[in-house]
Design a protein around this ligand. Structure first.
Ligand SMILES: C[S@@+](CC[C@H](N)C(=O)[O-])C[C@H]1O[C@@H](n2cnc3c(N)ncnc32)[C@H](O)[C@@H]1O
Length: 506
């Protein structure tokens, strides 16, 4: 008896009735397989089959999961989240918890000059290691105490706030549910679970159970301390004890049977020995437990090489059957060429923490202040939900961006998503544009003196918004091997379609 037969028997029973017993499933199988073996074989697939299992006496009741509606934020919840984000700082209680943790670990006050100097050295060393070219072997083991303390001092605040923005993005896209099982892979000191707990503290009724995987003992120790200090008062969020494991070889029991949100935040780029295909295989393996309406969020630092690798990974995952929900839109229904796609999102700078300020009170303050939020991300789905269910109508009079070489120095019409925030300045606005076809980068260029009421909408448009641009002049930029679409006062720009629902900018 193989697992496939067990799965198809379970699928069949679930198609004819809303609930059945495990013993019923066993007796429908041709071979005599002990129930515990059937249970073990079936458990990892329950999420993907949209089934749940509940123990009843000596048996299990297996039930079709009732499709849950999206958790829609109320006006008050939005207000609370927005005012938290507008403050641009991590919760003061968490700041204090980080300071207390440093004090506990080093057995001296966190702001003792000797400790601050050690932290500075650790931050400089960690950055040097982190930004080594991918071709060089990095050593990011996080096995020593100071590697984690420096992570908490330098990276943690920005990644915490970044995760809060991403949760807001998921909420406004309708991808949160009333009750969620969330798995964070490579959780470090718990950036993602702590940020999610912070986010849920603004919600009225939603609940979440957070599962985390991490291989570094030091990170796990930090997570446990911070979660105990910060999350104790946050109701409806449970952070399960972290699982210490290598994500390249996760035991089955490390993951819950059903995952509603699977997060990889700044972790896949650390698998230096893995090719893009191996990373895609790893994501697909873990995604086996994703519920049919579950989401995968992959986030990486916005620097060029990491971003392009993320886009290539997301292309590989689309090739394996996942749907790219956002931020990319494939407007002509084709797959893209991500080999030069450097597209990332930015948010307002955060305020430095008290610890950062103390670290920066030295001759080279810029080395210790990390406040800008820039991230490359992709949201993937097992179903076919996309953020913008919009395709350019066939035979319409718009040029594909892959065909710009045929229109050099001519005026054309295009439809494309705005895939960057401001890359220029007040004199000349520049935005990356993409319709999912171009191999070479394409930029919309709008000089300030050509701004008119008919084209100014491009400037405030959000990351990912799909715009129609009528009458743009195509220029090739040899220095960058890219195309510029010059916008002048005769260019008309407007949104290609209006999305319904929560349309706030996050
Ligand atoms: C840059 S940190 C990211 C932490 C957190 N997710 C965030 O966004 O801040 C990467 C984390 O992934 C963990 N990691 C890297 N490779 C791993 C592996 N093979 N198995 C388990 N954890 C791993 C590291 O120990 C580290 O904690």
């Amino acid at each position: 008896m193989n697992t496939r037969e067990i799965i198809s028997a379970a699928k069949y029973l679930a198609s004819i009735k809303p609930a059945f017993l495990l013993s019923e499933l066993c007796s429908s199988l041709p071979d005599d397989v002990p129930p515990h073996e059937v249970c073990r074989a079936l458990a990892p697939h329950l999420g993907a089959l949209d089934l749940t299992a509940t123990k009843t006496g000596g048996d299990y009741e297996i039930r079709r999961k009732i499709k849950t509606a999206p958790y829609i934020l109320s006006g008050q919840e939005k207000d609370r989240i927005d005012s938290f984000l507008a403050a641009r700082r991590i919760p003061p209680s968490l700041e204090r918890a980080v300071e207390q943790y440093i004090t506990k670990k080093v057995q001296k006050p966190w702001d003792d000059p000797v400790i601050l100097e050690r932290l500075r050295r650790a931050i400089v060393a960690q950055k040097a290691e982190y930004w080594k070219a991918a071709a060089k072997k990095r050593s990011l083991a996080y096995t020593k105490g100071y590697t984690v303390l420096s992570y908490l001092a330098y990276h943690f605040p920005v990644y915490f706030m970044q995760t809060e923005y991403l949760m807001r993005t998921l909420a406004s896209a309708g991808l949160l549910r009333q009750s969620m099982a969330i798995v964070d892979i490579g959780t470090g000191p718990g950036v993602v679970p702590l940020a999610i707990a912070g986010f849920y503290s603004h919600l009225d009724t939603a609940t979440a159970t957070l599962h985390t995987i991490e291989r570094s003992e030091e990170h796990i120790e930090a997570l446990l301390f911070l979660a105990a200090s910060f999350c104790g008062d946050i109701p409806r969020v449970v952070i399960r004890p972290p699982v210490k494991a290598d994500i390249r070889d996760l035991p089955d029991a490390a993951l819950p049977d059903r995952i509603d949100l699977l997060v990889f935040s700044n972790v896949l780029n650390e698998l230096d020995d893995f090719t893009t295909d191996q990373r895609a295989d790893l994501v697909m393996k873990l995604a086996e437990r994703l519920s049919p309406d579950g989401s995968i969020l992959i986030v990486e630092p916005a620097e060029k090489e990491n971003t392009i690798r993320l886009r290539s990974l997301s292309r590989a995952l689309a090739g394996r059957g996942l749907t790219v929900h956002s931020p990319c839109a494939f407007l002509w229904g084709t797959r893209c060429d991500p080999s030069r796609c450097w597209s990332f999102k930015t948010q307002a700078d955060i305020r430095p923490t008290r610890l950062m300020e103390r670290l920066a009170a030295c001759d080279e303050p810029f080395r210790y202040i990390n406040i800008d939020i820039k991230y490359a991300y992709v949201i993937l789905r097992r179903d076919t939900t996309v953020q913008h269910p919009y395709h350019i109508p066939p035979r319409s009079k718009y040029s594909r961006l892959s065909k710009l070489h045929l229109h050099l120095n001519r005026r054309i019409n295009i439809i494309a998503a705005k895939m960057s925030q401001e890359l220029g300045d007040k004199k000349t606005h520049v935005f990356k544009l993409c319709d999912g076809t171009a191999a070479k980068p394409v930029y919309g260029v709008l000089p300030a003196y050509h701004i008119t009421p008919s084209n100014e909408v491009l400037i405030p448009a959000r990351y990912g918004d799909i715009m129609e641009l009528h009458n743009v002049l195509v220029r090739y930029n040899k220095a960058h091997d890219a195309y510029n679409l010059l916008i002048n006062r005769n260019t008309r720009i407007h949104p290609a379609y209006q999305k319904e629902g929560d349309t706030e900018d996050y």
